[in-house]
Design a protein. Structure first.
Length: 143
């Protein structure tokens, strides 16, 4: 069982682990030992998560969310299978904790009348400065 917080825990049947060969440095050992962990969580079918939490989790997961509704977390940070396993479980727990937090609703605001006036005055002054820089051709120049 993977404990997320005091009220939520993911059951073991919802998780599937597979071990694959890690990429990167490691000498000959990297070619022989499968230390990287691929943790698969059947999020869409999980009875533990509310629908709005699943929707937030899907958005947070991005490309790690599969067509079948599973969330795949990988870890190949460590050279030991046990450490990578713990790391993948912690990554999944962090993602779920982040999805549990309900975002604050955005309340649309309008700019104050004073700020609108200041902005427009600044634009007027800037425009006047730029138009003062313009040089007009003289009639005596012949151009």
């Amino acid at each position: 069982m993977l404990r997320i917080n005091d009220t939520l825990a993911i059951e073991d049947w919802e998780l599937a682990e597979s071990f694959v060969r890690a990429s990167g440095p490691g000498g000959q050992n990297v070619n022989k030992v499968s230390t990287a962990v691929e943790l698969r969580f059947e999020a869409a079918r999980s009875p533990q998560l509310a629908p709005e939490v699943k929707a937030r989790l899907r958005r947070l997961a991005g490309r790690r969310w599969t067509q079948e509704g599973a969330l795949i977390v990988t870890s190949d940070r460590h050279r030991s299978q046990a450490l990578n396993r713990a790391d993948a479980r912690e990554k999944l727990a962090e993602l779920i904790r982040a999805a549990l937090v309900r975002p604050k609703p955005r309340r649309p605001t309008r700019p104050t009348l004073g700020s609108v006036r200041r902005r427009l005055d600044a634009k007027t002054r800037r425009g006047a400065l730029k138009s003062a820089r313009r040089s007009f051709p003289d009639e005596s120049d012949g151009h």
